[in-house]
Design a binder for this molecule. Structure first.
Ligand SMILES: [Fe+2]
Length: 270
């Protein structure tokens, strides 16, 4: 397969062409995609047509698919695929975050496949947290390198099944600045509503500091916003980005994304 990688924004995002994700990927293609993800942080594949089995096989190019913790939203016959769908009772995740930080080995990547797309709005934005970290003052970078978050399930989700809370709600500590295992660079790493507290700080002070960091760090020049077309696959590098959904679409229309997360390494402190 001849892969073409076309950058979408100066700071992140690339469109991949020449790859049919419904077919088995050879080792050279998997390696090229893994390096492209580490470099560009968000990969877009257009015009894909995938069964759940084909999608899971393609995801394995980026890592082993891992179980998502709000199990009521998982596809019944394929529980490693989560359904992002407001008619499931979900609210679009409009706050900046990275996925599943409550796991010891949190996802390397989140993959989204556009199955039903509203006629307008409903995009997904991705921010480069490598660039966000690099833009902070040296003294604050040094302070952040010493900090760790204690992560658990979101406190605002009221429909968590007891078995999910038991399996996935145990406190997990991660560095706030992590080194990317492929790229070798540092990036900011936290999930504001999965952080119970920053080690040594009260929950309230922790939440206020994380909100302040998000306000200061996420600027338009480090963001790529994906406007969905049916058949798109978006792969997001969870080790060096944050993302958010846009709820600006007509809720009488359907927006269904199939989500897979793939397991990554234990975050390594900078
Ligand atoms: Fe997410």
């Amino acid at each position: 397969m001849a892969i073409t990688i076309t950058p979408l924004r100066p700071t992140l995002g690339a469109e991949i062409s020449g790859v049919d994700l419904s077919r088995p990927l050879d080792a050279a293609t998997k390696d090229a995609l893994s390096r492209a993800l580490a470099e560009h942080l968000a990969l877009v594949f257009h015009d894909q047509s995938l069964t759940p089995e084909q999608y899971l096989a393609a995801a394995a190019a980026f890592g082993p698919p891992m179980r998502q913790h709000y199990s009521q939203h998982n596809m019944p016959d394929h529980p490693d695929i989560g359904l992002v769908w407001h008619r499931n009772g979900q609210q679009p995740a409009e706050r900046w975050h990275t996925d599943h930080t409550n796991r010891e080995r949190p996802p390397a990547a989140t993959m989204l496949y556009g199955v039903e797309i509203p006629s307008r709005g409903g995009g997904t934005s991705v921010a480069n947290m490598r660039a966000a970290y690099a833009a902070l003052p040296d003294a604050e970078q040094a302070k952040l390198r010493e900090l760790r978050t204690v992560n658990t399930l979101d406190d605002h989700h009221k429909d968590v099944r007891p078995e999910d809370a038991e399996k996935f709600g145990k406190p997990i500590m991660h560095p706030m600045v992590r080194i990317h295992p492929v790229h070798g660079s540092p990036a900011m790493y936290f999930h504001i509503t999965k952080t119970a507290y920053i080690e040594g700080m009260s929950p309230g002070d922790s939440r206020a500091y994380l909100a302040d960091l998000l306000d200061r760090m996420i600027r338009p020049e480090i963001v790529y916003t994906h406007q969905w077309r049916k058949g798109d696959v978006l792969v997001i590098d969870d080790r060096a980005t944050m993302h958010r959904a846009h709820g600006d679409y007509d809720r009488s229309e359907s927006r269904i994304l199939w989500r897979i997360i793939v397991e990554g390494d234990r975050p390594m402190a900078a």
